[in-house]
Write a protein that binds this ligand. Structure first.
Ligand SMILES: *Cc1c(COP(=O)(O)O)cnc(C)c1O
Length: 376
C-alpha cells in the first residue's frame, strides 16, 4: 500500500485519484474464513472507489478509500425516479500467479451505453478500466484462488442531486465495489427449471431493456416470485408484443443447441433492443464459431422450443451471464404444460463451452482474443 501512496496516481490524464488506504482492514484470519466460503454478494472488500459528476464540473473528486456506508439526501433523485445503472464483471487469480479482469473494456462500453439511455453522463471508458485496476490492485488479497471463484466487481452510478423535479439530475456518484464470490454451483452444475412468464414482461420496444438498470430488476421480482410459486428456479421472458419470441432468462442470455447428425447449430435470440447484450453471450458466440458450430442470432419462439425439444433436434438449452457463467436449463413450465429438454441433464456442448470459458478466465488455456486484462 505504501508504494501506491508514494506514486502520484491518476485514473486518466484529467482525473487524479486520491488514495486513502483503510485504517481498519479485515484481518487476515477473518478474510481467509470469508474466502473459504464467500457465497455471492454477501461480503465486501476493504476499499471502494468513488467518482463524482456535477453539471459544469464534469467528472472530479476520484477517491479510492475505505469501504463505508453512504450518506444521501432524502430527496436524492435516484430514490424517487430511479436514475441508476450498474455493471458486473469479475477479476481472477490466473494460473501463472497473475491477476486479471475479464473484458473490462466491454463493460466500460456497455456502462456508457446504459448511461446514455438513462440520460446520465457517460464515464470515460479509460476511467472505468483504470478504476477496476485500482480497486482490484489495492484489494488483491481478496481475490479468491479456489476452483471457479473470483472477485465480483460491481460498478454503479446514480443520481444524487437533492431535487424532486423530474429531469435528468445535475449530480451523480459513480462507485466501484468488490465482493469475493464462489462458484454458483458448489455441488456441481445442475440444470434449472424455468417458468415462461405470460402475465409479466421485462422490457418493451423503446424501453430500457438494453440498459443495465435497476428498474428492469425491480419490475422482474413479482414474476420471479410467481416462478418460485410454480416450483421453478427462474423466469424466462417473452417478447412484450406477441408473447411468443423468447428473450432472456432472469438476468442471463439464452442459447439453444440444435443437432442434425454431426451438424451443430447454436441459436441465441437476436438483440432487438429489448434484450441486454451480454458479454458472456458475445464470448460464447465467438467460442462456438471456433468449434465449427453454426451460430445464429435470430428470433426463436416458444413453439419452436417446444416442438423441436419434442422432436429431439433441440438437444441442449442454457443461460449465460457473468455471475453464473453457464446454467443449463432442464425443464420448462408454463400455463400450456411442461416439457423437458433432452433428459434434463447438462449437455456435452453446454459443459464444454462452460469449461472452456472458465479455463480462459483462469488462464489455464491461452487467451486468443485479448479478453484477459492483466492487472499489474
Ligand atoms: C447483466 C445481464 C446479462 C448478462 O450479461 P453479462 O455481460 O454476460 O454478464 C443478461 N441479461 C440481463 C438482463 C442482464 O442484466
Amino acid at each position: 500500500m505504501t508504494d501506491i501512496l508514494a506514486r502520484p496516481t491518476q485514473l486518466t490524464v484529467d482525473l487524479p485519484l486520491q488514495v486513502t488506504p483503510s485504517a481498519s482492514p479485515v484481518d487476515a484470519v477473518r478474510r481467509a474464513q470469508i474466502l473459504a466460503n464467500p457465497g455471492f454478494g454477501q461480503h465486501f472488500t476493504d476499499h471502494m472507489l468513488s467518482i463524482t459528476w456535477k453539471r459544469g464540473e464534469g467528472w472530479h473528486d476520484a477517491q479510492l478509500g475505505p469501504f463505508a456506508p453512504l450518506q444521501l439526501h432524502p430527496s436524492a433523485a435516484v430514490l424517487h425516479y430511479s436514475q441508476t445503472i450498474f455493471e458486473g464483471l469479475k477479476a481472477f487469480n490466473l494460473d501463472d500467479g497473475g491477476l486479471a479482469a475479464f473484458r473490462p473494456d466491454a463493460n466500460a462500453a456497455r456502462f456508457a451505453r446504459s448511461a446514455a439511455r438513462l440520460a446520465m453522463p457517460g464515464l470515460p471508458e479509460d476511467a472505468f478500466v483504470a478504476a477496476v485496476e485500482a480497486l482490484v490492485s489495492i484489494d488483491r488479497a481478496w481475490v479468491p484462488s479456489g476452483g471457479d471463484q473470483s472477485l465480483y466487481l460491481r460498478p454503479f452510478m446514480f443520481a444524487t442531486e437533492a431535487f424532486l423535479g423530474v429531469r435528468p439530475a445535475h449530480e451523480y456518484l459513480c462507485l466501484f465495489i468488490a465482493s469475493p464470490s464462489a462458484s454458483y454451483f458448489p455441488q456441481g452444475v445442475k440444470p434449472v427449471t424455468v417458468w415462461l412468464s405470460e402475465d409479466y414482461i421485462r422490457a418493451a420496444p423503446g424501453g430500457c431493456g438494453a440498459a443495465k438498470t435497476g428498474g428492469n430488476y425491480a419490475a422482474s421480482l413479482l414474476a420471479q416470485e410467481q416462478a418460485a410459486a410454480e416450483g421453478c428456479d427462474q423466469v424466462v421472458w417473452l417478447d412484450s408484443v406477441e408473447r411468443s419470441a423468447v428473450e432472456e432468462m432472469g438476468g442471463m442470455n439464452l442459447f439453444f443447441v440444435f443437432r442434425d447428425g454431426d451438424q451443430v447449430e447454436l441459436v441465441t435470440p437476436e438483440l432487438t433492443g429489448t434484450l441486454l447484450a451480454g458479454i458472456t453471450r458475445d464470448a460464447l458466440i465467438t467460442l462456438a464459431g471456433e468449434h465449427g458450430y453454426e451460430v445464429s442470432e435470430r428470433r426463436i419462439t416458444v413453439t419452436e422450443w417446444r416442438e423441436r425439444a419434442a422432436a429431439g433436434s433441440l438437444t441442449e438449452v442454457f443461460a449465460c451471464g457473468t455471475a453464473a457463467v453457464i446454467t443449463p436449463i432442464g425443464k420448462v413450465r408454463s400455463t400450456g404444460g411442461d416439457f423437458t429438454i433432452a433428459e434434463g441433464d447438462p449437455g456435452p456442448i453446454t459443459t464444454a463451452l462452460r469449461e472452456e470459458l472458465l479455463a480462459i478466465q483462469h488462464g489455464t488455456v491461452a487467451d486468443r482474443h485479448g479478453w484477459i486484462h492483466r492487472i499489474g
